[in-house]
Design a protein around this ligand. Structure first.
Ligand SMILES: [Ca+2]
Length: 491
């Protein structure tokens, strides 16, 4: 992999041995953790490119994101940062349990049982009981179980609430519709809301108030702000919308017409959070993580002659091509070199193991945890090593829209397209992401041995974790989603 990281001199070696520099850099008291999760923000949905090697990995002509850009510059940007899944719920469930979505289930209903597994908040409190944990914003639709209440109502399975999963302070089990003011959920027209578009400013205020309370009480905290933006329905302040009149590109479809003002307002809210942290003096003792829950949805009505959303990546939300899962990811805090870029792949569920290490966790995490700590790449950049479990990074998409799965090892990515529910493979595709970020040149025919080997490793892994089997059927219909059949209790 290419080395882009610019590690600060003297960070790493003394007497020929590695020093736990991150811990040495951290103050004596337990660090605070802030995790900002955005919704449907694609890899390129920023004002500046995330990957210096790909100048088209940003949209300066479309977006203004000075605060998100500032946040990324304050720490390490991950050009190969991934969401665990290409849609909301499996990503959120996966992050909460530090496990890949092949273990924790698909959207929307899942048979995953949290019993016997510690959520992120539960792990934090088990490791360091003095922590106070908060979640604000979008939690997920069917996080646990198979029931969901009416729109705007409560969700039914008590095992799945933020409170049940260890959060001390929360604004509840919120889904997409809680982010929309009124009954406009699902509409695509831009809605003006001068007070609180997508509740992004009230979420920020809740986060700031929570941090103030913990500072006053002298308690370390984990704060998770899950923004509803920039998921449809698009909302923005009128004054922001006005800025883009005549500038937003109508040929870009709804993406280019309605996302820019919403993203700018989100950026403003994130800037408010950063400024408040600075005012409280929290920067010296707080780690900030940023990510998005899946890639950008492909734009409706876009001019096909223009570069599509997520370009140069292929496809978007609902896909395990890179455009569906590669997202903006960064980390900052004591010992994380500012202004660095790292190309070592990380996944948002790695937050689980990283936080475990940062707050002083000893010993190994349970065997079914897929997360690995990012600390080694903070120290060594592209020379760092994240020792992932075999076989590597797995993405699993068991959907009636078309079931397929992917395995990334190093720069190689193999995709297995299933032909039946018993893991029969229709065909395999193989790509070299270092040379072919757009997944345009299938190398399976030229490297059949590697393609078949990786497909075999992928199949064996999915079977070993009792992943949801491939499903087939009619595309899901609005208002009546066709769901995957329940897994066998024992296999
Ligand atoms: Ca999403």
């Amino acid at each position: 992999m290419k080395c882009i990281a610019m590690l600060a001199a003297g960070l790493v070696v003394a007497g020929g041995e590695m020093i736990p520099e991150i811990r040495a850099a951290a103050p004596v008291q337990k660090p605070n953790i802030v995790f900002i999760l955005t919704d449907d923000q694609g890899w390129c949905d920023r004002g500046t490119p995330i990957d210096p090697a790909h100048p088209d990995s940003g949209r300066p002509e479309l977006f203004r994101t000075p605060n998100i850009d500032r946040l990324f510059k304050s720490g390490m940007s991950f050009t190969n940062g991934y969401a665990p899944a290409p849609i909301c719920t499996p990503t959120r469930r996966s992050i909460q349990f530090g496990m890949g979505a092949a273990r924790t289930g698909w959207e929307f209903q899942s048979d995953f049982d949290p019993a016997g597994h510690d959520s992120l908040a539960q792990m934090i409190k088990k490791t360091a009981p003095e922590y106070v944990c908060a979640h604000f914003g979008k939690w997920g639709e069917y996080m646990i179980g198979r029931k969901r209440g009416p729109v705007g109502g409560r969700y039914d399975d008590p095992r799945g609430s933020p409170e049940a999963l260890g959060y001390d302070v929360t604004d509840g089990w919120n889904g997409n519709e809680h982010g929309d003011n009124g009954d406009s959920h699902g509409k695509s027209d831009l809605v003006a809301d001068n007070e609180d578009p997508k509740r992004m400013f009230s979420l920020t205020r809740k986060g700031i108030d929570f941090m103030k309370e913990q500072v006053k009480a002298g308690k370390p905290f984990y704060l998770q702000i899950s923004h509803y933006a920039i998921h449809r329905t698009p909302y923005a302040r009128q004054e922001t919308i006005d800025k883009y009149k005549g500038k937003a590109d109508p040929k870009g479809g709804e993406y280019a017409m309605s996302i820019p003002p919403m993203l700018e307002d989100l950026d403003t809210a994130i800037g408010q959070l950063m400024d408040a942290m600075k005012e409280m003096g929290l920067e010296k003792n707080t780690y900030v993580f940023f990510g998005a829950d899946n890639g950008g949805p492909l734009s409706k009505g876009a001019d096909p002659s223009l570069p599509p959303r997520n370009h140069p990546l292929k496809d978007g939300k609902h896909s395990i091509w890179e455009g569906g899962v590669r997202v903006p990811v960064m980390a900052s805090g004591p010992g994380v070199p500012a202004g660095t870029v790292c190309s070592v792949p990380v996944v948002l569920y790695d937050l689980y193991a990283t936080v475990h290490e940062l707050i002083g966790g000893k010993g190994a995490l349970p065997a079914d945890i897929d997360a690995v700590s990012m600390v080694d790449v903070w120290l060594k950049g592209d020379q760092g090593s994240l020792k992932r479990k075999e076989p590597g990074l797995v993405f699993h998409y068991p959907s009636p829209k078309g079931s397929y799965s992917a395995l990334r090892i190093g720069d190689d990515k193999a995709l297995a397209f299933w032909k039946d529910a018993d893991w029969g493979i229709d065909h395999v595709e193989l790509y070299d992401l270092a040379k072919d970020i757009g997944e345009e040149h299938n190398l399976a025919a030229a490297n059949p041995e590697k393609a078949q080997r990786m497909a075999g490793q992928l199949t064996d892994f999915l079977k070993s974790v009792n992943a949801e089997k491939p499903v087939f059927g009619e595309p899901r219909k609005k208002g009546g989603r066709k769901v995957a059949p329940a897994r066998d209790a024992v296999e």
